[in-house]
Design a protein around this ligand. Structure first.
Ligand SMILES: Nc1ncnc2c1ncn2[C@@H]1O[C@H](COP(=O)(O)OP(=O)(O)OP(=O)(O)O)[C@@H](O)[C@H]1O
Ligand SMILES: [Mg+2]
Length: 396
């Protein structure tokens, strides 16, 4: 490996979880004495050496510490144990809007952000038009960014980050927020960076991306590195951890096959019956699930729950009991007559249940579904459902 650009040695990050919020000074003092906070290690013993020019995909279940690791590497959070050393100009795209001031306009934020990333005013001026064009924000550049949609935020952040010629690029899941054309543009840009020898560490839930663009995959689980190496193996490792491995989707044997479970999901236009990945607010949408049950199973019911921005429940639908055919398969279809005209991040979860006892056999969450403002800038909303990334949801 070329001399490493990023070295993390024995890195741990501990957070304190407060169980009760003190509302008065007296309570605060009491709480302090009762030490009602509990230490929680979001990262534990992380050793990582990333050489110049590597592209590393960082993956892991929700809450496994990916974002925390990026923050520690970029210097936003100090590690509780261990050390981090980074060589080179680092540009990081962490949480949505991190680094932007909502009261300032897009234009002002570009200058501010570029300055933080180490660009002079003259350099920023040289790149300004390119940044705005890349972000496709020409008409909005003099609006305050607090009025930007989540997609516009990410475009601006990515555009600035990629125009400051960093040596190291840290990217946290932003690709999931942009629409398809922007995602393609980001991937092209990442390709250019790779050619220029930039070091890239990026977090994604799109597991199929890992082998496509990474030379290495790191899997985090409960704050520890579970796998570090081959990207294909990394994606497989995470799939098996999430219970969404290939062995579970084809009706194979094994413990998972002994319970009814969802084996396929399809999204389509209910009027034409054509499969479809993009929907707009106001349009009708049908979602179909295949459920496989072991021979001789009792009927099962399927529940579909959709949550909107800020995890607000939008709707919950329960199917009638499904009677599996002789092959153990049953299909259920839910139709949404009119998708809401609300922008933001949407997620849907599906559960296969025993309608008599309400026991949940299988629960999955599809977190990559979202509504984003369309490219036209006219406020048309688009729903993009990606059903490739299936995550297990904790059963309630
Ligand atoms: N400031 C904080 N205070 C307390 N706990 C925190 C803090 N930041 C993160 N955590 C906790 O640390 C753990 C790791 O969080 P982190 O955001 O790094 O996970 P992640 O792998 O990025 O998850 P996701 O896939 O959902 O983005 C979680 O349990 C989270 O609740
Ligand atoms: Mg995260």
């Amino acid at each position: 490996m070329a001399s490493p650009t990023i070295v993390a040695a024995g890195v741990g990050k501990r957070f304190l979880l407060h169980h009760k919020r003190a509302t008065s000074l007296k309570e605060r003092l009491l709480l302090h004495r009762q030490s009602s906070s509990e230490a929680f290690w979001a990262l534990r013993d992380v050793d990582l050496q990333i050489g110049a020019g590597q592209t590393v995909g960082l993956i892991g279940p929700n809450g496994s510490g990916k974002s925390t690791l990026l923050k520690v590497l970029s210097g936003i959070l100090a590690p509780t144990t261990g050390t981090v050393s980074v060589r080179g100009r680092i540009a990081s795209l962490l949480e949505l809007g991190a680094g932007f001031n909502g009261e300032l306009t897009g234009r002002e934020n570009i200058y501010l952000n570029a300055a933080i990333l180490g660009l002079s005013r003259r350099e920023t001026e040289r790149y300004f038009d390119e940044i705005v064009a890349f972000a496709e924000l020409e008409p909005f550049i003099d609006n305050q960014v607090k009025h930007y949609s989540s997609g516009q935020y990410v475009r601006l952040g990515f555009a600035v980050a990629v125009h400051v010629s960093p040596d190291i690029l840290l990217v946290d899941e932003v690709l999931a927020v942009g629409d398809e054309s922007f995602q393609r543009k980001c991937l092209n840009k990442i390709g250019e960076f790779q050619q220029r020898g930039c070091t890239i560490l990026f977090v994604t839930h799109a597991l199929d991306l890992i082998p496509r663009i990474c030379s290495r995959g790191v899997v985090l689980d409960h704050g520890r590195v579970l796998h570090d190496g081959d990207p294909v193996e990394a994606a497989e490792r995470l799939r098996s951890l999430l219970g969404t491995g290939a062995d579970q989707s084809g009706g194979g044997a094994g413990p998972a096959a002994e319970r009814p479970r969802v084996t396929a999901v399809r999204l389509f236009d209910p009027a034409s019956g054509a499969e479809k990945g993009h929907f707009r607010g106001g349009e009708a949408m049908a979602v179909e699930f295949d459920v496989a049950s072991p021979a001789g199973s009792a009927p099962v019911a399927v529940r579909l729950a959709v949550t909107g921005p800020a995890d607000v429940p939008m709707w919950v639908m329960d199917s009638d009991p499904l009677h599996p055919g002789p092959d153990g398969l049953a299909t259920v279809r839910f139709t949404v007559k009119e998708l809401p005209q609300l922008k933001g991040i949407y997620a849907f979860a599906v559960a296969v249940r025993d309608p008599a006892s309400n026991v949940t056999y299988d629960a999955r969450r599809f977190s990559e579904a979202f509504l984003a403002v369309g490219d036209t800038g006219t406020g048309v909303l688009e729903v993009v459902w990606t059903t490739e990334q299936v995550e297990n949801q904790v059963e309630r």
